[in-house]
Design a protein around this ligand. Structure first.
Ligand code: DX5
Ligand code: ZN
Length: 225
C-alpha cells in the first residue's frame, strides 16, 4: 500500500474573524482542517470550542481534525464526534483511560486520535495502537502556534512507525508544531504521514500553494508503507 501525505492546515494561524473564508481558502488543496481546541487549563491558551466547530462544519466539506488540548476529554470529546468531526484527538496526559475514550469516539463515528506532548514518552502508549486511528506527536510544547520545530521529537515518530509496521497496523502518524518547508521532509522520513501546519500555510501569501508545496516535499520522502 502506498501512503500519501495528509496535509492539515491549522486554523489557529488564521484570522478568527473570517473563519469560514479562511477554510474556503484551503478547500481543494488541504486534506483535513486542523482545529486546535484549548481550554486555558490543560494549556495556558484559550481558543475555540464546540459551538464554533458546529457552525464551521456547516460552512465546509473538508474533514475536521479536532485536536483537543483540554482537561477531562472523556466529558467533552464525544461532542466533537457527534458534531461530525472526522478525527478527534485527545491528549494522553489528560486521559486516564485512553482505550475507553477511543472506543467511545469510534462508536460515535469518528476516528480516534491520541496526542503525545513534548515531555511525554511514547513507549507506554505503544500497546494502545490497535485501538487508535491516529497518533499525534507534538513537535513543540502544546499550547501556541509559531514555535520552533523540535527534531528530537522524531524519535517518537520512529518508535510508533516501527511498532505499527511490526504489528501490521493501519495508523496515521501526525506531527504538529513547526511543520514547514524546511522541516516536513525530516518528519516524513521518520515515518509521519499527516502534517499539521499553521503558520506555514496561513502565514503564506497563497495558502493553497503553500499546501501543494508541503505535500510535494512530504510525498518525496515517504516510501511505500
Ligand atoms: C499548538 C497547536 C498547533 C499549532 C501549530 O499547540 O497544536 O496545531 O497550530 O502551529 P504552527 O504550525 O505555527 O507551529
Ligand atoms: Zn494542533
Amino acid at each position: 500500500m502506498e501512503r500519501s501525505p495528509i496535509i492539515a492546515p491549522s486554523i489557529l494561524a488564521s484570522d478568527f474573524s473570517r473563519l469560514a473564508q479562511e477554510v474556503h481558502a484551503i478547500e481543494g488543496a488541504a486534506d483535513w482542517v486542523h482545529v486546535d481546541v484549548m481550554d486555558n487549563h490543560f494549556v495556558p491558551n484559550l481558543t475555540i470550542g464546540l459551538p464554533v466547530v458546529q457552525s464551521l462544519r456547516k460552512a465546509t466539506s473538508i474533514p475536521f481534525d479536532v485536536h483537543l488540548m483540554i482537561t477531562d476529554p472523556q466529558r467533552w470529546a464525544p461532542g466533537y464526534a457527534e458534531a461530525g468531526a472526522y478525527n478527534v484527538t485527545f491528549h494522553a496526559e489528560a486521559c486516564d483511560d485512553p482505550v475507553a475514550l477511543a472506543r467511545t469516539l469510534r462508536a460515535a463515528g469518528a476516528k480516534a486520535g491520541l496526542a503525545i506532548d513534548r515531555d511525554t514518552p511514547v513507549e507506554p502508549y505503544l500497546e494502545l495502537l490497535p485501538y487508535l486511528d491516529t497518533v499525534l506527536i507534538m513537535t513543540i510544547k502544546a499550547g501556541f502556534g509559531g514555535q520552533a520545530f523540535m527534531p528530537e521529537m522524531l524519535d517518537k515518530v520512529r518508535d510508533v512507525r516501527r511498532r505499527a509496521e511490526v504489528n501490521d497496523l493501519e495508523i496515521r502518524i501526525e506531527v504538529d508544531g513547526g511543520i514547514a518547508a524546511d522541516t516536513i521532509e525530516q518528519a516524513a522520513e521518520a515515518g509521519a504521514d499527516a502534517f499539521v501546519a499553521g503558520t506555514a500555510v496561513y502565514g503564506a501569501a497563497d495558502p493553497a500553494e503553500a499546501i501543494r508545496k508541503l505535500r510535494g516535499l512530504a510525498a518525496d520522502r515517504m516510501g511505500p508503507a
